[in-house]
Design a protein around this ligand. Structure first.
Ligand code: MBD
Ligand code: FE
Length: 284
């Protein structure tokens, strides 16, 4: 990790961390790739690009701008960010087509496995006086038939009140706002955390440059990331958003679904909020 006193949250730093994190989890071997499948998919992708070039009479100047930009995306380590923001939502849509249980959505580039394990009622690792409105996020994990899933695992990770993720921005404790919460024998969990802020994707890298060049905005709505799993059931990767929050209706990553919008109520203590959301898992 970089020097926490001087390091800046830059696109290149978070991109390098996201690229490294992805590589360590993803086997590099291409063995088992189906030649016919590769032929079909790559040919169709290229044909779509050829068609766009013809229809829009793409110039050499534009072609070379694209080439320069693509080279720079790699140098910035922003391929994970680019792919997860602009393509993953459709991959997830296809992957989740036949699921009966809770809706999933994209994982994004900032998941880290093996966050600290905590019991069914737990406070996520956070700094003393962590900024943000305290949030009690509670619920139950069940099977599609309603059976509570004892000992289900709720992995949760989210940005802090400044929109930064631990291990992808400097100066944060390693596991800040990341945890693996183990539900009780009724599948219930109670997680104490703080509400995350909306997330602006880095503006100083290649993805930021694309966003500015196209006149788009760089924002995702505030969100909690989750992976919920239980023995004999399919893991669901999802996110939850906050009703009325900025960019819920125009997420740059197109990952909001109406089923995933929370509407927390004021907590008993007057300064916190709380919300209940149950997860339903399909059989494996
Ligand atoms: C995020 O926090 C995120 O969830 C996605 C999908 C892309 C960039 C940052
Ligand atoms: Fe995120």
């Amino acid at each position: 990790m970089t020097d926490t006193s001087t390091a800046q949250a830059t696109a290149a730093a978070s991109g390098a961390a996201a690229t490294e994190q992805f590589r360590t989890r993803q086997p590099t071997s291409a063995s088992g790739a189906d030649t016919a499948r590769v032929d079909t998919l790559v040919t169709e992708l290229l044909t779509a690009a050829h068609d766009i070039i013809r229809r829009h009479k793409v110039t050499y100047e534009e072609y070379n701008t694209l080439k320069t930009w693509l080279i720079q995306v790699g140098e910035d380590g922003e391929w994970p960010l680019f792919l997860d923001v602009w393509l993953e939502h459709v991959v997830e849509e296809v992957a989740g087509e036949d699921r009966q249980g809770s809706k999933g959505t994209i994982e994004g580039p900032y998941y880290i496995p093996d966050a600290p394990r905590r019991p069914a009622e737990a406070t996520l690792p956070m700094r003393e006086n962590e900024a943000g409105v305290p949030l009690l996020f509670q619920g139950q994990v069940r099977a599609v038939d309603g059976t509570p899933l004892a000992g289900a695992t709720v992995e949760i990770w989210h940005a802090d009140a400044d929109g930064f993720y631990s291990q992808f921005a400097p100066g944060l404790p390693e596991w800040n706002l990341r945890g693996t919460v183990v539900a009780d024998d009724q599948g219930n969990f109670k997680i104490h955390t703080v509400e995350p802020a909306p997330y602006q994707i880095p503006t100083d890298g290649s993805c930021g440059r694309l966003i500015r060049s196209a006149g788009w905005h760089a924002w995702r709505p505030a969100h909690l990331h989750l992976k919920v799993s239980a023995a004999g059931h399919q893991l669901v990767t999802t996110q939850l958003y906050f009703k009325g929050g900025s960019h819920v209706a125009d997420d740059i990553a197109s990952a909001v679904k109406h089923e995933l919008i929370l509407d927390p109520t004021p907590g008993a203590d007057g300064n916190s909020r709380e919300v209940t959301y149950d997860f339903v898992l399909d059989k494996a």
